[in-house]
Design a protein. Structure first.
Length: 322
């Protein structure tokens, strides 16, 4: 068997609720051209098969760590994982994602090139469901300051950073639900931490939601994004009013386009934004977002785990899904 290089100073964090697609996620890392020095799996579910999948990854030469958590949010999982990191460099993906064969190698290279930055890359749709998010641009870019016109430059399902950078920015906000990555990116940029978009870093995001599940997801997105705006408005950041206005304007345009094109995903995303962004913003402004955001996120997660996703198809390396 060919000996593969191990990036001993790179730790990968994978939050999971134990969905079957996690097995393919771990297999994609274990079959890569280069391996991470360590993988930390933060398990917020109760699937007994998770331990077996992690052991199989360990057989490929990756040091693995299992962390059980009673919490239920990607933000809390990432925070618990970061607390356990001992290496200089950190990368993270979600449990319903798979990586290109050269992802570890290219992530480490970018982190060395930009040691004080947050690195992110492409999030390419895979599977037979309707994709709620995708990032497919092939143009590299460096973001150095917040912009009211950019929703968020960070895809937390495909990111890397130095451990010191994570300590500088602080933990992910565990009360914001689905908007935790937007908040973390915004805080980083305000601190002068650049975000580098590197399109050669390719992660395939397996989308498996049906229409009912997707509608619930977009409701959670709308409420959580509003709570993010409200949080920073409460702290005196009046740019959030403009951000909310731009977001609502995009929601109106998206709804009109969705109706004219009979595009369900576009209509669902726009409706979720128009219906739930302002209530979420009010809740965030008055520090009432905690329970309500979690209610919407819990509703979304319940639908996520209701369907068996074992048969999700994953594109071959190099497949252009743009």
């Amino acid at each position: 068997m060919e000996q593969r290089r191990v990036q001993s100073d790179l730790t990968i964090i994978v939050p999971t609720v134990g969905r079957p697609i996690l097995r393919k996620c771990l297999e994609s890392i274990g079959s890569g051209q280069e391996l991470p020095g360590r993988l930390i799996l933060v398990d917020q579910g109760e699937n007994p098969e998770v331990g077996n999948w992690l052991r199989m990854l360990g057989e490929s030469g990756v040091e693995t760590s299992y962390l059980s958590s009673a919490e239920r949010s990607p933000a809390s999982a990432r925070n618990r994982g970061i607390e356990q990191v001992q290496s200089t460099l950190v990368a993270a993906i979600d449990d319903d994602c798979t990586v290109e064969g050269d992802w570890v190698e290219k992530m480490e290279k970018r982190l060395r090139q930009y040691p004080s930055a947050i690195i992110t890359g492409r999030l390419v749709p895979a599977g037979n469901g309707i994709p709620p998010t995708k990032v497919t641009s092939t143009v590299p870019r460096v973001y150095s300051r917040p912009s009211v016109r950019i929703h968020s430059p960070l895809a937390s399902a495909n990111m890397g950073f130095a451990l010191e950078t994570a300590r500088l920015v602080g933990p992910f906000d565990e009360e914001l639900g689905e908007a935790e990555e937007n908040d973390w990116a915004y805080r980083a940029l305000r601190l002068g931490v650049p975000i580098v978009y590197a399109p050669e870093l390719v992660v395939y995001h397996s989308h498996w939601r049906n229409e009912k599940q997707l509608r619930a997801t977009f409701r959670a997105y709308g409420w959580s994004q509003g709570a993010f705006y409200g949080k920073h408005l409460r702290r005196g950041d009046w740019s959030m009013v403009l951000r909310a206005a731009i977001s609502l304007g995009r929601g109106v345009r998206g709804l009109l386009k969705g109706v004219s094109r009979n595009d369900f995903a576009m209509k669902a995303e726009s409706t979720g934004r128009l219906e739930y962004l302002l209530p979420g913003m009010v809740a965030g402004a008055f520090r009432r977002s905690k329970g309500r955001v979690r209610r919407f996120v819990s509703e979304t997660e319940a639908r996520r785990t209701a369907k068996d996703v074992r048969d999700i198809s994953v594109p071959q390396a190099g497949t252009d899904r743009r």
